[in-house]
Design a binder for this molecule. Structure first.
Ligand code: ASP
Ligand code: MG
Length: 411
């Protein structure tokens, strides 16, 4: 008999009918004999609604009271879901985060889990109950209610799975799993059966937002097998594990991630002396602007160009800062390009396969797409290109690296 932790997100429990449907699923699952701990989010829209109420009351709501307020969203769902289970003669027992004793630090609205007391949950499992736990919340050492930050129920589920040494943590959501790329861009995108934590982190941080990144990190750290699957459609979803697939035929590339809305800044003609990269990048990151791909040209005539990308929304601010930096460094000019995007190939298989980069660059060349910046890491190659080529680039790379789903109905 296995112990499974399941998590259902806000859309999955969005109204009474959906909560009923989830209960039906859980009751069937339970009949197979596995033990179940179920974590739920607030009904969709509820956390936003509560947040808006707080802001109606005061401009900057006190964090402690914000947590008291927001934690009620999940408390509603655990009660309703437990009722829906009991209605089906499936014994259930609900717990809020503080009842379980999900101990967090005291950082209201973005607390971190420190420790979970799993004894009460174990007792209820022994009594034959499905244990239903409120996601996204805990309690600090002084007894204050805390919340874990938006999307935090994923983290609750993974943390519970780790504490209970569950056999698997299943995240039920409104997509069928993790795809080789965004199916809205490539309709032949393939549902991945397996992916490693490392790859998932790269894909998640690159914009393939399926799971809260923190939850993936947590699962990787505590080696909790994590599965993403659909609440609404039958299927096995995507299993995220530590191990690289042993299948030799497995492609070197797991997926293609991309980010729109990037901007490129170039400081041209800075002196080629120690400390210059710091003088250029330092003030930008000191201003809280996240700097991404950074490239410095090889020096010619004792001068260099330094280019990097930022989010487009922050590019004007970054340009202003650089203009004054350029003045003091006597740089030639600062050029801002707001029409770029980033496309990345991700795969642990890259480590052992030569020629991935050249294959990527050839594919882009064949489409006449100019590469403006390139960066690589062990399991990722990213290029910055003109935004209008994003779809074309992703589609042709998806094709060249043979990621298309052969069974795609629309393919
Ligand atoms: N209800 C919280 C939110 O909407 C937590 C979650 O759904 O995971 O962010
Ligand atoms: Mg959610």
């Amino acid at each position: 008999m296995a112990l499974i932790v399941q998590k259902y997100g806000g859309t999955s429990v969005g109204d009474i009918d959906r909560i009923d449907a989830v209960a039906e699923k859980i009751a069937k699952f339970r009949q197979k004999g596995d033990d179940l701990v179920v974590v739920v989010s607030a009904m969709s829209g509820e956390t936003n609604r509560l947040t808006a109420l707080a802001h109606e009351m005061m401009e900057r709501p006190t964090p402690r009271e914000m947590d008291v307020l927001l934690s009620t969203g999940e408390q509603v769902t655990i009660a309703l879901l437990s009722m829906a289970l009991e209605k089906r003669n499936c014994q259930a027992h609900s717990f809020t985060g503080s009842q379980v004793r999900i101990l967090t630090n005291g950082e209201h609205t973005k607390a971190r889990i420190k420790e979970i007391d799993e004894s009460l949950i174990r007792d209820e499992i022994k009594r034959g109950n499905v244990v239903v736990v409120a996601g996204f919340q805990g309690i600090d050492a002084k007894g204050n209610i805390t919340t874990l930050g938006r999307g935090g129920s994923d983290t609750t589920a993974v943390a519970l799975a780790a504490a209970l040494k569950a056999d698997e943590c299943q995240i039920y959501t409104d997509v069928e799993g993790v795809y080789t790329t965004d199916p809205r861009v490539v309709k032949e995108a393939k549902l991945l059966k397996n992916i490693t934590f490392e790859e998932m982190l790269e894909l998640a941080s690159l914009g393939a937002k399926v799971l809260q990144i923190r939850a993936v990190e947590f699962a990787g750290k505590y080696k909790v097998p994590l599965r993403v699957l659909s609440t609404f459609k039958e299927g096995v979803g995507t299993l995220i594990t530590l191990e690289e697939s042993s299948d030799m035929e497995e492609p070197a590339i797991a997926g293609i991630a991309f980010e729109r809305d990037e901007a490129k800044l170039t400081v041209a003609g800075v002196p080629d002396i120690p400390g210059i990269a710091y003088e250029v990048i330092g003030p930008v990151s000191d201003a809280g602007i996240e700097v991404d791909v950074i490239v410095q040209n090889a020096a010619s005539n004792d001068s260099n160009d330094i280019s990097f990308t930022v989010k487009r929304g922050e590019s004007d601010k970054a340009k202003q800062i650089l203009d004054s930096v350029a003045l003091s460094l006597k740089a030639r000019e600062v050029v801002l390009d707001t029409n770029v995007c980033k496309v990345s190939l991700v795969g642990v298989g890259m480590r052992s396969h030569a020629g991935i980069a050249s294959k990527m660059f050839k594919a882009l060349a064949d489409e006449n797409i100019n590469i403006e910046l390139i960066t690589t890491s062990e399991i990722k190659i990213s290029v910055v290109i003109e935004e209008k080529y994003l779809e074309l680039a992703v589609r042709s790379l998806h094709n060249v690296f043979e990621l298309n789903d052969p069974n795609c109905e629309n393919g």
